[in-house]
Design a protein around this ligand. Sequence first.
Ligand code: PLP
Length: 332
Amino acid sequence: MTSAAGVSAPVTVLVFLDPAFEDGRLADASKPQLMATDQGATRGDGVFESLLAVGGQPRKLQAHLDRLAGSARLLELDIPVEDVWRRAIGTALSEYRGRPAPVPDALDPDGHAGDSADTPADEAVIKLFATRGVEGGDGPICWVQASRPSPAGRRQRETGLDVILLERGYDSEVGERAPWLLLGAKTLSYAVNMAALRYAHRQGADDVIFTSADGRVLEGPTSTVLLAHLETSDDGAGGVRTVRRLITPQQDSGILPGTSQGALFTAAKAAGWELGYGPLEPQDLLDADAVWLISSIRLLAPVNHIDGHEIGTRERRAQLTAELNALYATIG
Ligand code: PLP
């Protein structure tokens, strides 16, 4: 659909998990679908997942379904079993792919193509939602959404990011002490994460890396932090040996376990990289050969600067990003 101004209307498909519909119930995304008393809306009380589908195939689906089930367990939410989600995702994807491809946006006054030209037609963002449902109601409300990826993520993958460090205010062990903070769950309460991003944008930065009250590197508001270190040494036979190491913050420091980082680590290990899990301090990021924010939709976004300090060199970042992108492309 294209408006008079030449702007493509977003294509969004909704499929509700409904016991009366084996493959899920399609719903009109342009009409209200939730009760105003749904606790997902009134309290952010629910869980979600975001994943990428390419050519109609969801990537890392099992890892996302496992994390959704884990988040739901932490919130004591009784959500449908995996197979019900899989069928609803299938319905959402076939409906999404059956809709007409968006018409490219009009050229801007400088002759550049608009946003939709940047979005590959065979990619879709799939989101899985489960809320606690309406107060006094029958339990969780669950649905799947399929929509177009934002072109901003694709651009950031190519241009890289300027990032600032922001304190999250908790120490890195609070997740263990205070499980009710739900730090390892992907809950619908992302207002703090979005506020951190707006704060960064006001400072002229693109994104954020959170640090803990005890000075540890944690995660981005919507991503996992990853760094690479290259160490060269004499191989004892007149040559040079390079050890390539990928490191991410330790998983029990109150961060969300990233499915993209997990899958990339598996591929990197098979390709000869050494792997490490924190603890990391800000200086480790500044000393790295490259740092990325990695997530399922934006994928590997290289970090150019942290608090104004350049990370590695442009050439090294580009070379390592290309290498890891090639590894990531091998992931199912
Ligand atoms: N950490 C947070 C807080 C996130 O919101 C996300 C993704 O949205 C991630 C990490 C990365 O997770 P994944 O790689 O599974 O997308």
